[in-house]
Ligand binder design. Sequence first.
Ligand SMILES: Cc1cc2nc3c(=O)[nH]c(=O)nc-3n(C[C@H](O)[C@H](O)[C@H](O)COP(=O)(O)OP(=O)(O)OC[C@H]3O[C@@H](n4cnc5c(N)ncnc54)[C@H](O)[C@@H]3O)c2cc1C
Length: 343
Amino acid sequence: MEKVDYIIVGAGYAGIFFAHQLIKEKKSFRIFYDEAVSASQISAGVCNPVILKRFNTFWKSQEQIDYLNIIFKEIESYTFRNYLIEENVVRIFHNDSEKVQWKKNSEKEGLSSYLNPDFINLQSVENPYGAGKVNRSCRIDVASFFNDMLNYLEHNQYLIKENFNHHLIDKASNTYNNIAFKNIVFCEGIASNNNPLFSDIPIQPNKGHCLKVKLHHTPDSYIIKKKHFLFNLQDNEYYYGGTYDRFDTTYQINDDSVEELRNGLQEICTSDFKIQDINVAFRATVADRRPVLGRHQQHHNFYIFNGLGARGVYNGSYFSKVLFDFIENEMNLEPEIDVKRFY
Ligand SMILES: Cc1cc2nc3c(=O)[nH]c(=O)nc-3n(C[C@H](O)[C@H](O)[C@H](O)COP(=O)(O)OP(=O)(O)OC[C@H]3O[C@@H](n4cnc5c(N)ncnc54)[C@H](O)[C@@H]3O)c2cc1C
């Protein structure tokens, strides 16, 4: 029988960032990866500290930005690649009153370091009212990050490419098949609703569509946002997305969502574009918009790490350390994120 400190179930942002904490702290573990297309793998990877509807920020944004740089430096020390791309988000204004609001907010404490007060005019897309730049925003190279991390985990015998079957857990002996574990951390995204241990936690799927498009001209080197994010992937291939849909729970491509994306892109790009790829996945969201982490009510070595919502990179990276410190270092979980709020 193999003995490990941890089993991790799921290899999206939650599972991979938690695995990083274990690698760093030299814990033994196995991570289950079912090879399904996850929200994480189709995400834009944008790290944006501003809510672009209201020009506001969110709880712990400062801490999350600071920690992002730390964790990616740590990861780089063993994958030998930097995944942080220093491109800022720029928000195209819909009208003059948005500019006034941006300027006003840029003078507020907590927002002045994010909302750049000097407006810009983008050269390659329609922006008759100009655009505002979000300082300290960036994105990660999502494809390389998952490719490298999964390869690293496989190469070092951490990865099990299988669907984890909850019914095979023996709670009395703390074993799963031939693995004896101390703890299990469930990082399953929306599949957590099928986990008999955590199915009562209200994780709501929010379906997102995104596109890969070929553009014939080169937009400025920013992450451009009007209705959705647009940025360059390589050559003249661009990412555009994603949509939000709380009602459609099927995996099929929804024509209305694709039309929404096509219209959004047409609004800013006057020249032709060609859709190359349409991707669909579900964000795991929670009504109070806070991640969910912590310990199972009865089985104290079973944990959940979920509800990363639309901010998988910030929430996944920052709260992976919070969860590790809770389990290993007796640090408290703040009530806003503790799974206990649902018990
Ligand atoms: C279109 C789109 C764009 C987005 N853009 C951004 C962005 O720009 N920036 C950002 O920060 N966030 C973005 N997000 C949100 C982000 O993707 C999510 O917050 C994040 O993916 C959640 O990560 P997760 O690990 O909790 O869940 P998931 O990514 O869903 O990963 C869970 C994984 O667990 C696996 N799994 C579940 N059950 C089992 C089992 N029994 N056995 C084995 N494996 C299992 C699943 O197959 C999946 O691979 C975007 C999301 C979408 C859909």
